[in-house]
Ligand binder design. Sequence first.
Ligand code: NAI
Length: 287
Amino acid sequence: MNLQRIVVIGAGTMGSGIAQWFAQQMCSVELVDTSEEQLKKALAGIHSSWDKLVEKEKLTSCQVNQMKKLFEIKTLDQVSKNTDLVIEAIIENLEIKKELFKKLDAYFSPHTIIASNTSSFPISEMATAVSPERKSRFIGLHFFNPATIMKLVEVIKGQETDSKLCEDLYQWFDSKEKKPALSKDSPGFIVNRVARNFYGEPLRIVETDDEVKMKEVDRILKEVGGFKMGPFELMDLIGIDVNYSVTCSVWEAYNKEARFAPHALQKQMVEEKRFGRKNKRGFYKYD
Ligand code: NAI
């Protein structure tokens, strides 16, 4: 497998990280979003991150100049149709994603692989939006936040995804020093199923957004549990809105089992537009 031309749709937390990582593998990358402001913000953030990596001598200025040349921000109708892989990383909303997949299927060449970075929606369900010919090349590629640093990528086979494609992508990521994991197309895949309790139980422990209690839970899980981040810090990094959507969809998929139930505080925070680090207000403040 030789992936050279990549399109990433959605320039938010995940899309910008995924796009940056692919450019660092010297792939040509076109990053798309419906918001021009978001695209400009993502480009500035990626350039600044590369400049810092040069300062820290992790990358050379020659490498970064090449990556900057390989990286473009565009609207969907401007991207190259003859791309190898398109990765969708837009809002976690099934109907909006399916609408987009219909458009992507019609737009891109028959050989283009279409992948979703969804955290929770079944790949086979999303594949119903594409034509029968595309289904074998429709797959889940679930990256973790921050995508440039986290090694794990879940490779998710839908009912009609070609098994050889899953194996080839697994090998390709492995060769790029990611840690791919083949996952079943079940709600929350592997990590987001297990991680529901990492968020849910701490929310049930603190009950309200009491900063002293949250800090204590975060501290204990880091110091005693050995986690790099506490659950409240991690939810702020993921995005409270995204984490809430994922919680709801996994809960629904498991017939509303109590252990997966969303917490009232998550809903309240979404209503208050406290989305976490991305808008500087979450469980903690980031001024
Ligand atoms: P985000 O809210 O940071 O960014 C979403 C972006 O998509 C926004 O910039 C928005 O303008 C854009 N967008 C919305 N509709 C669009 C459309 N039709 N066409 C093009 N752009 C569109 O969301 P985030 O956190 O990056 O999540 C994206 C996806 O990645 C979701 O499916 C989420 O479940 C998944 N994910 C999120 C993780 C996280 O830690 N935040 C981790 C792994 C997966």
